[in-house]
Design a protein around this ligand. Sequence first.
Ligand code: NAG
Length: 224
Amino acid sequence: MTLPAILSMMICTVLYSSVTAGRGGPQSRYWRNPQRDLKFGTVVETMLDPDRYHKYIRPDINTGRPVYVNVSVSVTGLDRISDADMEYTVTFTLHQSWKDGRLDGTKSVRGYSQILTMDGSLGNRIWVPDTYIVNSHTSFIHDVTTRNGLIRLYPDGRVLYVLRITSTVSCSMKLHKYPMDEQACKLALESWSFPDEDLIYKWDKEERCGAPGGSVTGMDNVVL
Ligand SMILES: *[C@@H]1O[C@H](CO)[C@@H](O)[C@H](O)[C@H]1NC(C)=O
């Protein structure tokens, strides 16, 4: 039994992370003849060739190292803070980034330097962390007019995955100083299936609860 990978937001946050997963495929034979004028769609399709890309295999499984997922949260709205139900509703953009060597275009196309921004539906075709909100009662990803998600592929295989989420989250409030109370509510994120040998979440920047310039931005303190 392994401990799940965790990170902890002020709205203090927490993050976590098994994979059975076999060994990665053989070293790829793709792009033996790199062409400088490969169309970007072709680059992506070549990298995602089902013979070499298996989305259920996490990055770095060959090396035995865990995949590091950088996380930051930008809070865009906070409402329905309920002391009766001990919960609050928060809307935020969740930024997750990691490196997937299989998506490193520079390994195969000399001088490849394209940053590709695509809509989040690419998330159905590549490995993405199975992050969930531990203390959430209900959550949804915004989908007007389309799913509010994006994936940006950097030439070296870094992937940025952004989602806009609204979640109603439990918060155990201490009300003995009410109405002059101050609450620190947690938003806890963890991986549904990966233990920390496989996946490690890290705050994008050094995180101190409520400190400016950290990985949680938008609203640090809310006064009601
Ligand atoms: C994660 O954050 C560290 C420290 O800021 C940075 O050096 C690294 O490049 C980041 N990784 C990714 C995949 O963005």
